[in-house]
Design a protein. Structure first.
Length: 126
């Protein structure tokens, strides 16, 4: 979201992270279905259907990003969500953790501080 919003306080850092993602600095970029839905929905609410549709198309056609359907992951995601000690991660965030663990992915690109408490994951930007 911050990458596409030049007024966002995290925009400059998001641009740096996106450059590193495109360069493959942390391995393949994974875009979970749940994250896709969340991003497109927020853009729809803030910028309208045309902007949301454009972002949806760009994300799905990007060669640097692998789209990850989540239907088969629903039960493991639910387990991750329900087993949190402090209950700070949303269901979508729990999906990110579950898929990262399943894929042995170490890096999560986010400005959400709640990910910093997840064992085995490193957050970028630092």
């Amino acid at each position: 979201m911050a990458y596409h919003n030049r007024r966002d306080v995290h925009h400059a850092a998001a641009v740096d992270v996106m450059r590193a993602v495109i360069a493959g600095s942390w391995g393949p970029a994974l875009l979970l279905e749940y994250v896709f839905v969340e991003v497109v929905t927020v853009i729809l609410a803030r910028r309208g259907r045309d902007a949301a549709s454009k972002v949806a198309t760009v994300l799905l056609q990007s060669r640097e990003v692998e789209f990850v359907p989540c239907s088969e992951m629903f039960l493991p995601v639910l387990e991750t969500f329900q087993s949190q000690r402090h209950g700070r991660l949303s269901f979508t965030d729990s999906a990110i953790v579950a898929v990262a663990r399943r894929r042995d992915a170490r890096w999560v690109a986010t400005f959400d501080a709640d990910f910093r408490t997840v064992e085995g994951l490193d957050v970028v930007p630092a």
